[in-house]
Design a protein around this ligand. Structure first.
Ligand code: GLN
Length: 250
């Protein structure tokens, strides 16, 4: 169900899907994409992932997949790949898949040590999935969306103080501290069949984003049944098995 599956985040997405009774498979080769109904592009290091994807000649097949209308979700580096434009450190020449009409800043929030967790207001997620009003976002060397086109729904934003803007984003003009007390950056977006989150839902035990994504698949299926090739689908035996609690960020 996703590529760059050698990344730990990939396996954690499989575990999250499994908790919802859905089987995920790892995608490494272009031809495997023909057999899946949806795709999660996980986090990682986008330049390394791009090199691997180029090596395996995955980009043309990934772009085709995006065009089929089947759901594709990019988390963190995955979001960077789905953006039409990426800026920020070392983005020069890095190949993207594209599809979401937005500009991302690759390392908006800074380096590994600026990684953080935050409760995000997620009204659209709550309206579809219920549960708590907020979702705990785990941001690891995270990107942020700086601009979106008219067809893009903003599903979550994160308030940044003027000092953190000053620190972390070369794209945002340096402002006097307190001149702008709070600014928001976009951290979750949806455009048609494409979903992007700057944070890592697979690192929490809250499966609402995974569930939301799976529903995007059934909505698309209702609209055009032939475009979806269910693979694995819901395996009822998964529900019988002991629930696996994800090890981190409960
Ligand atoms: N900012 C990272 C990159 O550019 C992505 C980090 C992540 O996926 N956790 O690749």
């Amino acid at each position: 169900m996703f590529f760059a599956a050698n990344k730990p985040n990939g396996s954690l997405n499989i575990l999250a899907l499994r908790r919802l009774g859905v089987k995920g498979v790892e995608i490494r080769k272009p031809e495997q994409l023909q057999n899946v109904s949806s795709l999660i592009i996980p986090g990682g290091e986008s330049t390394t992932m791009a090199k691997l994807a180029e090596y395996h000649n995955l980009f043309p097949a990934l772009r085709e997949f995006v065009k089929t209308g089947k759901p594709v979700w990019g988390t963190c580096a995955g979001l960077i790949f789905l953006a039409d434009k990426a800026i920020g450190q070392k983005t020069g020449g890095q190949e993207l898949i594209g599809g979401i009409d937005c500009t991302v800043h690759r390392n908006y929030f800074g380096s590994q040590i600026q990684s953080f967790e935050a409760e995000l207001s997620v009204p659209e997620l709550v309206s579809k999935e219920g549960g708590p009003e907020t979702f705990r976002g785990v941001f690891i060397r995270a990107p942020a969306v700086l601009e979106v086109g008219p067809g893009v729904e903003v599903l979550a934003e994160y308030p940044v103080s003027s000092t953190s803007v000053l620190y972390s984003s070369s794209a945002v003009q340096i402002q006097e501290e307190n001149a702008v007390p709070e600014k928001k950056v976009i951290v979750a977006v949806k455009q048609g069949n494409l979903l992007g989150t700057a944070f890592h839902p697979e690192l929490t035990s809250d499966t609402r984003w995974h569930s939301y994504f799976l529903k995007m698949g059934s909505e698309a299926q209702e609209e055009s049944p032939s475009s979806i090739v269910p693979v694995g689908g819901v395996d009822p035996s998964f529900n019988e098995k002991a629930r696996i609690d994800l090890p981190i960020y409960q």
